[in-house]
Structures are given as structure tokens and as C-alpha cells.
Design a binder for this molecule. Structure first.
Ligand SMILES: Cc1ncc(COP(=O)(O)O)c(C=O)c1O
Ligand SMILES: [Zn+2]
Length: 427
């Protein structure tokens, strides 16, 4: 398998459609992108990735692009995507917050927070869905499905609804935050609660997809990752505009390792086109919860494969995942960029969630794992004090109101009387 940072630009095989095709990352078999529904390689069942004969340069983005289209968000990067526009709400264009007090407390040269919770349904999943649902239309399918720890189901329901398609979501019973179920429900998905964890839900929905019952829109679907790679493009452009350099490191929460894979893929494409020096690619640094850390285990042990954890537990339910399906793409992403992976406790996650929240940045627990991981890596001396770092926060605080309520202070009951209220405040 070759997912080196400086792989040469691939030449288009005969099956390519307008310079775009699918390739197996294990055996290099290639497939036409839209002639049939396909999630993995026909030959070896390896993961597929979307390839382009013309990888993008920074000049291709936004105003410099040839075709007319949106000037912000995911579709600003249309030259790096299989289509010029998808079913859009619109998504992307999220803030890269300055957090000077956290930056000082952590002790790094620069720290910015890329808040993906500011997407239309409150998580980064929207970036993948806008592309995935567009591809579903191209393929002519009308029943969309996913397994989800919550956010994917909210995004699928919203984008499927907008695209006038049926949506089915499989959720682990009792383990999905309230805000996410509310979204999936109101946006019109049919919700099935499975008596098992996320990995069991994914096993079932993959089988339903294999039997042709539904079109799978988990991050196993390579087109989802195309939308998500734009997170990396935005970070590079915005960071460079402010500092004149690219960040040294991007720290992100890891569940199925879709974002890790997607951001790495985007950077490889910029290296292929000559737009980005391999030396300038940020170190991808993954963070998992201690109770669900199979990727961290693989990185620590130098293993080529990730061992599936059957029992997983964490209050960061979005990353309560024991079998990261994108590991074969994400492990090279972490290793080839000189990054690492680290596990953090639920207590550390909650502390980071509070730390961000008092700076006005409201994120759900899984998102706060990135800052918790950065703090731990600083304490361990793995991250240097001269590093410029971006932490990715993947979902909004309101996604998990119960966790937010528990992490925050309790409301104080007072009588319905001004003097009594004043006495209470002063006391
Ligand atoms: C809020 C949040 N953060 C992180 C993740 C994990 O992302 P990935 O599967 O890309 O590693 C998820 C996925 O469910 C999520 O909802
Ligand atoms: Zn293959």
C-alpha cells in the first residue's frame, strides 16, 4: 500500500470519468466513479479513494477557479471535488477562533480552534454529506442510510431531506446525545435503535448496503471524505493568511478516523500539484477517549492494523467507536506527517470542554478531546512550546445538552423578589 506524502500525480486510467476515478488503496485496482454503487474494492475489499488527474493548487480555489460557483465553504473547493455543486445548506467556511488565554495556558507559539460545530447541522459531517448526497443523486439511488453515534444521522437526515430522499439511521440504543436524535427525527429520518454499540450498527447497515437495500453514507463511502478534506484546505488558507506560515500541527478527535484520512488526502493532493511542500504538511495528531482508543493502541505499538475493541465506553459518545474503519488511510496520515495519537480521560475531556466554553467556544465532549489531547502532549513534552497548532472541534455544545449541563454550574433557585435576589447575589 502506498499512501506516501509525495506519491506522484496518478495518471488517469481508461475508466476515469472527466479525470476522476476510484482506486483501491491496497491493490491499486481502479474503477469508474459513477457507473455502479461501490464502497470497497471488488478484488480485495480494500478501502477506495477518489483520485483526480489534476490535483488542485491554491489558485484553483475560490475566485481563481475556472467555473462559477460559491465563494465560501465546501464548494469553493469545487476544483478539488468530483462536482461543481451539491445538495447544499451551505456548509463549511467555519471560524478559526483565536483563543489567546488558552494559547498562553497551554504554552504554544500559536493556537487556533477550527470550530466545525458551526456547520448547518452543528458538525463537520455536513461537509461530507453535501458531496455524498450529490453522488447518490448521480448514481440514481433514493434510499440513504448510515450507522451513527449521532452527528452523521443528523447530517444525513438534513441533507437527505433537502435532496428529497428517504433516510434511515441506525443508532446505538441509549448512547446517542439528545440533540442529535432530535435533529435526525425532525429532519425526517427513520430511526432504528440497535441493542449494540456503533460498530454493531455499522456491521448491520453495511450488510443492508451490500444487499442493495440502501446507499451507505458512512465515512467508508469515499465521497464523504472528499467533502471533509476541505477542512484541511480551509485551515491552511486561513492560517497562512494570518501568520504567513502553515500550522505545524493539527490536533483532532478520532472515531472512525474519517477526518484524519480526509485531511491527509487533501494535503497529499496539494503536494502532488506542487502547491504544498511536503515539509510544510502539518503533523496530524489524533486524540481518542481512553475507553475507546484502538487507533492510539496501534500507533503506540507500531502496528499495521488496528485491533477492534469490542467493549468501548466514554462520555464523549460521538467517538465511542471500537473499530475505526478508515484506519488503513489514517495510520499513514498520522505516521507520514510525523504526528502521533494520544488517549485522554473523560475528566480531561470535560475540563477542556469547560476551558473552551468560558472563552465562548461551545463544543460537545468529543470535540473537546482535541484540546485535552494537546494539553496532555504539552505536559509530556511531545508538543514543543514553539509550535503553531490548530485544534479541530467537531461538534456544537448544544448537540449534547446533558453533558453540557453536567459540566456547567447549577442554576440557583431564588424567590420572586428583587431584594431577595440582591441578597442572594451578595451573599
Ligand atoms: C463530534 C464528533 N467528533 C469526532 C468524530 C469522529 O470523527 P472521525 O470518524 O472522522 O474520526 C465524530 C464522528 O462521529 C463526531 O461526531
Ligand atoms: Zn483492491
Amino acid at each position: 500500500m502506498s499512501l506516501a506524502i509525495d506519491d506522484p500525480t496518478p495518471s488517469a486510467p481508461a475508466c476515469a470519468d472527466d479525470g476522476t476515478w476510484l482506486a483501491c488503496i491496497e491493490c491499486e485496482e481502479t474503477f469508474a466513479p459513477f457507473e455502479a454503487v461501490r464502497y470497497t474494492c471488488d478484488e480485495c475489499d480494500g478501502l477506495l479513494e477518489v483520485r483526480y488527474a489534476n490535483p488542485p493548487t491554491f489558485e484553483d480555489f475560490g475566485e481563481g477557479a475556472d467555473s462559477e460557483g460559491p465563494d465560501r465553504g465546501v464548494w469553493r473547493y469545487r476544483e478539488a471535488l468530483p462536482f461543481d455543486l451539491g445538495v447544499t445548506l451551505p456548509e463549511g467556511g467555519t471560524p478559526l477562533h483565536r483563543v489567546p488565554r488558552i494559547e498562553e495556558a497551554v504554552g504554544v507559539e500559536a493556537l487556533r480552534i477550527k470550530h466545525e460545530g458551526m456547520n448547518p447541522t452543528g458538525s463537520f459531517k455536513d461537509r461530507g454529506m453535501t458531496v455524498g448526497v450529490r453522488v447518490a443523486k448521480e448514481l440514481g439511488v433514493d434510499a440513504l442510510a448510515c450507522a451513527s453515534t449521532g452527528n452523521t444521522s443528523a447530517a444525513l437526515a438534513a441533507y437527505g431531506g433537502r435532496g428529497d430522499m428517504q433516510t434511515l439511521v441506525l443508532l446505538p440504543k441509549g448512547k446517542v446525545a439528545a440533540g442529535k436524535i432530535a435533529q435526525a427525527s425532525l429532519h425526517g429520518a427513520r430511526i432504528l435503535e440497535v441493542d449494540g454499540n456503533f460498530d454493531a450498527c455499522l456491521d448491520i447497515v453495511q450488510e443492508l448496503a451490500a444487499r442493495g437495500e440502501v446507499y451507505l453514507l458512512n465515512s467508508l463511502n469515499p465521497f464523504r471524505l472528499e467533502g471533509q478534506k476541505t477542512i484541511g484546505f480551509e485551515i491552511l488558507e486561513e492560517f497562512h493568511a494570518d501568520y504567513g506560515v502553515y500550522p505545524d500541527r493539527i490536533v483532532l478527535p478520532v472515531g472512525n478516523a474519517g477526518n484524519t484520512s480526509a485531511i491527509y488526502k487533501g494535503f497529499r493532493e496539494l503536494v502532488q500539484s506542487g502547491a504544498l511542500d511536503p515539509e510544510d504538511v502539518p503533523k496530524l495528531t489524533g486524540v481518542q477517549a481512553e475507553g475507546a482508543a484502538p487507533m492510539v493502541e496501534a500507533i503506540e505499538e507500531g502496528a499495521d492494523e488496528v485491533r477492534r475493541w469490542e467493549q468501548v465506553e466514554t462520555r464523549a459518545t460521538a467517538i465511542r467507536i471500537g473499530n475505526p474503519v478508515n484506519a488503513p488511510k489514517a495510520l499513514p496520515g498520522i505516521r507520514n506527517t510525523g504526528g502521533t495519537a494520544i488517549a485522554v480521560s473523560d475528566v480531561e475531556i470535560t475540563a477542556a470542554q469547560r476551558h473552551l466554553a468560558v472563552e465562548g467556544v461551545g463544543v460537545e465532549p468529543a470535540s473537546a478531546a482535541s484540546l485535552a489531547g494537546l494539553k496532555k502532549l504539552r505536559r509530556q513534552g511531545v508538543v514543543d512550546d514553539d509550535e503553531r497548532v490548530v485544534c479541530l472541534t467537531t461538534g456544537h455544545l448544544l448537540k449534547d445538552p446533558d453533558a453540557a449541563y453536567e459540566a456547567g454550574g447549577d442554576p440557583e433557585p431564588v424567590p420572586n423578589d428583587v431584594d431577595a435576589v440582591l441578597k442572594h447575589i451578595r451573599g
